[in-house]
Design a protein around this ligand. Structure first.
Ligand code: HEC
Length: 113
């Protein structure tokens, strides 16, 4: 009994922090298909610290366009946790529910210049 519980714990440990630790891998798997600079989503180069919804040449939703402020860590975290709550009407619906994965992907976004 105890032994199988330990085995399950070890398995789930192996499965999630590897992902959490690797924001780049997460980005490549869950974000890049839309955020490679095409019409599907704005390029995210330099997005950390930038004004919200301000990349030239991308047609943002009025919902995101109407948000004031910049992409601080807190705003990125809130948006990625629940995009449609942060900006009701946004066209980005993908959420990152795991706190650890959000932290990893935000850390990675900061490396995109
Ligand atoms: C299915 C396509 C799609 C996927 C997948 C996606 N996004 Fe988006 N993202 C969008 C769209 C579209 C917008 C613009 C939303 C709007 O205008 O309301 C956006 C906007 C953003 C913005 C704001 C950009 C700005 O210039 O203000 C950030 C930050 C962002 N996405 C991060 C991510 C991250 C991180 C992931 C992966 C976890 C991700 N997105 C996955 C489509 C996507």
């Amino acid at each position: 009994m105890l032994r199988s519980l330990l085995a399950v714990a070890a398995l789930s440990l192996a499965a999630s922090p590897a992902l959490a630790a690797d924001g780049a891998q997460l980005f490549n798997m869950q974000c890049k298909m839309c955020h490679a600079g095409g019409p599907m989503g704005p390029s995210l180069n330099g997005v950390a610290g930038a004004k919200i919804a301000a990349k030239p040449g991308f047609a943002y939703s009025p919902a995101l366009k109407g948000k004031d402020g910049t992409w601080t860590d807190a705003n990125l975290d809130a948006f990625l946790k629940a995009p449609t709550q942060f900006a009701p009407g946004t066209r980005m619906m993908i959420a990152v529910p795991s706190d650890a994965n959000r932290a990893a992907v935000i850390a990675y976004l900061k490396t995109l210049k």
